[in-house]
Ligand binder design. Sequence first.
Ligand code: FNR
Length: 184
Amino acid sequence: MDTPITVLGICGSLRKLSVNRGLLRAAQQLTPQGVALEVFDLLGIPPYNQDDEAQPPALVTALKARIRAADAILFATPEYNYSIPGVLKNAIDWASRPYGDNAWAGKPVAIMGASPGMLGTARAQYHLRQCFVFLDMHAVNKPEVMIGLAGQRCDAEGNLTDDKSKQAIGNLLAALAALTRKLK
Ligand code: FNR
């Protein structure tokens, strides 16, 4: 039997009807055998302030504990102004600090994203990949799950309805599980 794996899913949108939250809900229905996907909500994490690194906000301490407890990370992110949404970058920055206490280090990670445009968050995803270098994370390279034209592939509640996109998410989870087991 395959080693059980816990994945922590993090959405880069705080919006209730977010299509990217919808991707995480879909992913929870598509996990391969032996993989559990939990979600951490970034709502309420204050803006990063280096003055507070020694005594971070409780939510940041909780986030770092959840990252450390997880075997792998799955980001579902929108693209804001061709890049990573501030709430997600803010959470990434908090959990990487103080220097020498980077909770992300060594974690396998996968990215998916949806947007109403054609490119399906491609530019934000490549900016995230650049951050993973300094964070010392191990990114799944393929498949790339960039879901464009989200208005046609999700319903009004942000639920993913498109079968091809669901298949791509299933493949991404399988690749994340394989990388996680390889690195263990
Ligand atoms: C956007 N949106 C957007 N879309 C895109 O494909 N490329 C972009 O650069 C941007 N830029 C952008 C900036 C800001 C500030 C907002 C609020 C929105 C549109 C965005 O993809 C759309 O609102 C998504 O629905 C956001 O994802 P959630 O919240 O549905 O997960």
